[in-house]
Design a protein around this ligand. Structure first.
Ligand SMILES: Nc1nc2c(ncn2[C@@H]2O[C@H](COP(=O)(O)OP(=O)(O)OP(=O)(O)O)[C@@H](O)[C@H]2O)c(=O)[nH]1
Ligand SMILES: [Mg+2]
Length: 608
């Protein structure tokens, strides 16, 4: 279909609407600030307001982090006497979820960039700032937590001038906790963020998120760009060319509240008879079925899984795991999975995640909400393998790596990593990154003495506990952000682990050749610590291309837990046996050897 420009229409301005998102480095106070905005605009009564009200998921509340973006509509009477409708989107700060941020940006004209007054600009502050610039948003810097004794707003304003090239006078000083500066923030949104522009007719709406509800089907989160959506509107999804009839539109207030219509410029939800999330894509454009637009709205970055691992259930739980993954997938577009079999672990799934935190969260939800016991294999990236005959294969599981003599080259994903740290730790950072094949691209000193270092590094080196090591070596002061920049050739080999003289596919991993032998030794030592003694001797070997590079042995022992009970108290004995059973649940029998979950994740802890 040739793209025809949409007919010119008169552009209107929704004078009293403002759409903005809240972005920041993790923990700088986005969700707490949202609380204050909900409170001051009486969107939620103070007595009903729980802390971090928008973090609705159990996991979000427990961990104190935002995982999902949350839209909410506020009505605010400004100092100029006018009533404004503000659509706010709270976003997650962790690097794994930066795609959630890019979704939110596409629905807004402005962004509040929150900066912790004690910590200053961190790696994700910069990353989010650049994302907001790419989307042409008006950025309002908010220096939060000025109530903290360690707060130094002057210094942070200096950083804003230096790094964000914005005026000091544009900064708003605030404390989300103590309610300082909240009205100034609202006024700045009203006066600095431009109102949305669009056409009165000729419906176009951007689907920036979608959730599945068991009773109502798909709830699409939309930003109406042109025209109007009402119950009864027949609309078409431009990506799939399917036509639906809208049954309800509404606002997030913060619960879903039906309204008569969503006009251009507004943010809300749409319910139609959409049975599964596969029928509508996040990033899709909704248009009127009777008079469709020709050009879909520009979307945002799609979520690409970066990290893969195998998830293996206990015996008899395979179907349960499949159902649970199907259900989770309904509300987690970034999760991918497909069945896989492992010689060692049996039937399971190969799953793809945005990063390690995402992986942890999915695993925790599967275990908790669906009552499964899982063994996770060590995380891997996707390698690009070029065979001698020129064919290319994408390998997300080290055990699937073809035999070395059929391979011309192996390429791996690289990232650009940005680290911000006080100068005292530069030496430590250089040491860590060098050990991980990082090359320093740039190093800059800020006025406050801190250093911004930019590295190019293989992604696998970043996901394998880089962040933990960085945090511990810099006493928690360094912050990290990274983005994938493409594939590069590497001198890579597969390291195989053998237990009891049998290779265990689930323990093999791909590593750079010059580090392979050392990693093999580290792995063998770690496994020796982790594998409980069995009734027989267990040899552990690490091999590269059939050549053994390390060997350890777990000596045999007969373990009798009951020997601890002197008296004949049978309930006590039962308790002990029960306890042992619980301890065993996370064990997997591989050949004749019982392996604990930690053994599969040992690769992750080799660096520390
Ligand atoms: N002292 C002080 N603490 C604050 C302030 N604002 C937020 N906090 C605290 O900072 C921590 C993080 O706050 P959140 O609002 O969850 O931060 P966030 O930016 O939403 O975090 P993520 O969504 O996980 O990126 C919490 O313990 C808050 O209580 C403030 O103004 N002053
Ligand atoms: Mg939050």
């Amino acid at each position: 279909m040739a793209l025809k420009a949409d007919r010119p229409h008169r552009t209107e301005v929704a004078t009293h609407v403002r759409n903005f998102c809240i972005i920041a480095h993790i923990d700088h106070g986005k969700t707490t600030l949202s609380d204050r905005l909900l409170e001051i605009t009486r969107t939620v009564a103070t007595r009903d307001l729980e802390e971090q009200a928008l973090d609705a998921m159990d996991l979000e509340r427990e961990r104190g982090i935002t995982i999902r973006m949350h839209p909410v509509t506020l009505d605010y009477t400004a100092r100029d006497g006018n009533l404004y409708r503000l659509n706010l989107i709270d976003t997650p700060g962790h690097v794994d979820f930066s795609y959630e941020v890019s979704r939110s940006l596409a629905a807004c004209e402005g962004a509040l960039l929150i900066i912790d007054a004690a910590q200053g600009i961190e790696a994700q502050t910069l990353a989010n700032y650049h994302l907001a610039l790419e989307h042409d948003l008006t950025i309002i810097p908010v220096i939060n937590k000025i109530d903290l004794p360690a707060a130094d707003p002057e210094r942070v304003m200096g950083e804003v001038e230096e790094l964000l090239v914005m005026e000091k006078s544009e900064c708003i000083l605030a404390s989300a906790k103590n309610g300082i500066g909240i009205e100034d923030i609202l006024e700045a949104i009203v006066h600095r963020v431009p109102p949305p522009k669009g056409h009165l007719d000729h419906l176009r709406a951007l689907v920036f998120n979608a959730q599945f509800d068991a009773y109502r089907g798909v709830v699409s989160y939309v930003r109406v760009v042109d025209g109007r959506l009402t119950a009864g509107t027949r609309f078409m999804s431009m990506a799939h060319q399917h036509i639906y009839e809208c049954t309800e539109v509404g606002l997030f207030a913060p619960q879903m509240r039906p309204v008569e219509s969503l006009e251009f410029g507004s943010v809300g939800y749409v319910i139609a008879n959409i049975k599964s999330l596969g029928e509508i894509d996040v990033g899709d454009t909704i248009t009127a079925a009777a008079d469709p637009a020709h050009i879909p709205l520009a979307g945002y970055r799609k979520a690409v899984p970066m990290v893969y691992c195998g998830l293996y259930p206990n015996e008899g739980e395979y179907d349960g795991l499949r159902d649970a993954l199907d259900k989770l997938k309904l509300n987690d577009g970034a999760l991918v999975y497909e069945p896989e079999t492992s010689a060692a672990l049996g039937f399971g799934f190969r799953c793809g995640f945005l990063g390690l935190l995402h992986m942890e969260i999915v695993q925790e939800r599967l275990e908790r909400d669906y009552n499964l016991t899982l063994i996770a294999t060590s995380p891997s990236v996707v390698f690009r393998v070029i065979r001698n005959d020129g064919t290319i294969e994408m390998i997300d599981n080290p055990s699937k790596l073809p035999s070395p003599h059929t391979i011309r080259s192996i390429e791996e994903p690289y990232v650009k990593a940005t680290i911000i740290s006080p100068p005292d730790y530069v030496g430590a950072i250089m040491e860590i990154t060098q050990g991980r094949r990082g090359t320093l691209e740039n190093m800059e000193y800020l006025h406050d003495g801190r250093v911004i270092m930019t590295y190019e590094m293989p992604l696998i080196e970043v996901i394998v506990d880089f962040f933990d090591v960085l945090k511990s070596r810099t006493k928690g002061y360094a912050s990290l952000d990274y983005e994938v920049i493409g594939y590069r050739e590497g001198d890579l080999v597969k390291l195989e682990i053998m237990l009891n003289n049998e290779p265990v596919d689930a323990l093999s991993f791909i590593v750079s050749r010059d580090k392979a032998a050392a990693r093999g030794r580290g792995m063998a030592e770690k496994l020796k610590e982790l594998i409980p003694r069995q009734m027989f001797e267990v040899p552990i070997q690490a091999a590269i291309g059939g050549k053994i590079v390390a060997r350890e042995t777990v000596t045999a022992m007969r373990k009798n837990v009951l020997s601890k009970c002197y008296g004949g108290d049978i309930t006590r004995k039962r308790k002990l046996l029960e306890k042992q059973k619980v301890g065993k649940e996370r064990m997997k029998r591989v050949g004749r050897v019982e392996l604990p979950q930690e053994a599969f994740m040992a690769v992750l802890r080799l660096g520390s």
